[in-house]
Design a protein around this ligand. Structure first.
Ligand SMILES: [Zn+2]
Length: 404
């Protein structure tokens, strides 16, 4: 057998023989004899010095482990220099072919664990991690200026750098851009000073340190409070009231009331008949719970109206929010007082969420994927590696699906 077929990754390679040894396929290959340039003097030569057989790991072929037995030729130049011929499929000192190395690199990014990749490619996890770290290092230097609209959020990453990490994403394309090792104000501030010159709008949850970092680093970009996050304060407050008042209920009602807590979050107009009956039963047991519930409903009404009125009537939205907060104040329910404070501190940012149509909702999806990555790898203590894994996983979502 002596033929040239363009196998993937084996361009211009002469296949001398293919054999099966147990489960392994061996492909015996050579390069054509041709003039090679001497690395020492630059002259061309095709004078053969000797051959050495090199075993090279290659991609599976017909689902079999495949090894190349490369009979590597060495030339000798008139100047005396001996050198290995050029070839297209394996780099010097490598035990795997170029294709094999590339496949491992891509799989190291997209697969669940490094171990799984190592097993599939017949190599050690250390080798896989080394490939991964190399591409991670190359890619991590590619963080350029941040876009005009960014979203900031935190998630629990539990790395050696800190319990919480901060994710920064493009508010328009919704692609994650970077991950910061911790959520301290100085960390975020320094990062924004370095990369944020073009940022004009930032969406975020209601973290005072995020806000301070943005304002101190970037001056006055528009900050948009994420709707989901500010709405949550209302539901949390109602929940606290429920937990407090139900302590005075009889055991049966206390358990039952806890069990149906989700019904409290729903809009009254969206409840089924049975749910209404349940809600009313517990609102009748506590006058304070009923007032808290009505405040929540009033809030829902304002929120729906604010979405409808939007940017064109933002003054009216503002006015109605202020009236609503006065009502919260008048009711004097302790758990609801914190809500007033938070909403007053974040009034502009909350109103901005009705002026601009940006939210942090999509980050939820990114953070969920992060949780999966973390679980699969039993946590990534090494922050840089985890950061790269998250960012590269998103970047390679559409690449390498059919490799390996
Ligand atoms: Zn030479």
């Amino acid at each position: 057998m002596n033929f040239i077929i363009s196998f993937p990754g084996l361009k211009d390679v002469l296949v001398k023989k293919v054999e099966e040894v147990g489960e392994i396929i061996r492909i015996y290959v050579e390069m054509d004899r041709q003039e090679n340039r001497c690395p020492k003097c630059g002259n061309k030569t095709n004078r053969i010095h000797d051959y050495r057989v090199q075993k090279v790991k290659h991609l599976k072929w017909f689902e079999r482990k495949t090894e190349l037995f490369y009979r590597r030729r060495r030339y000798v130049c008139t100047c005396g220099k001996r050198f290995a011929e050029a070839n297209s499929f394996v780099e010097r000192y490598q035990r795997g072919s170029i294709e094999w190395n590339q496949a491992i690199t891509i799989k190291a990014i997209t697969a669940k664990t490094f171990k799984e990749v190592a097993e599939a490619y017949g190599t050690s996890p250390t080798t896989v991690i080394r490939r991964f770290d190399r591409i991670a290092k190359e890619e991590s230097h590619q963080i350029g200026p941040l876009p005009e609209v960014i979203a900031i959020d935190e998630y629990k990453g539990d790395t050696e750098e800190g319990k919480y990490q901060v994710i920064i994403a493009d508010g328009i394309t919704r692609e994650p851009i970077d991950i910061l090792p911790n959520r301290y104000k100085t960390t975020i501030k320094r990062y924004l000073q370095k990369h944020g010159a073009q940022v004009q709008m930032v969406t975020m949850d209601m973290s005072p340190s995020f806000k301070a970092a943005v304002q101190e680093a970037l001056g006055k970009p528009a900050i948009v409070a994420d709707r989901f996050h500010f709405c949550r304060y209302i539901y949390w407050a109602l929940d606290k009231v429920r937990r407090r008042v139900q302590q005075d209920f009889h055991a049966y009602d206390r358990k039952k009331c806890k069990k149906i807590k989700r019904i409290f979050y729903k809009g009254y107009d969206q409840l089924s008949q049975e749910e209404r009956w349940l809600i009313e039963r517990y609102l009748n047991l506590s006058e304070e719970l009923e007032r808290a519930y009505r405040l929540k409903e009033a809030y829902r009404e304002w929120f729906t109206r604010a979405k409808d009125l939007g940017a064109s009537q933002i003054r009216l939205v503002k006015q109605e929010l202020e009236q609503l907060l006065e009502r919260f104040e008048r009711e004097g329910i302790p758990e609801m007082q914190d809500v007033i404070k938070t909403f007053k501190n974040w009034e502009t940012e909350i109103l901005n969420s009705f002026v601009y149509n940006y939210s942090n909702g999509f980050l939820e999806g990114i953070n969920n994927l992060t949780k999966v990555l973390k679980r699969n790898a039993f946590g990534y203590r090494n922050f840089e590696r985890f950061r790269a894994k998250i960012l590269l996983s998103h970047r390679y979502k559409r690449i390498g699906k059919h490799i390996g």
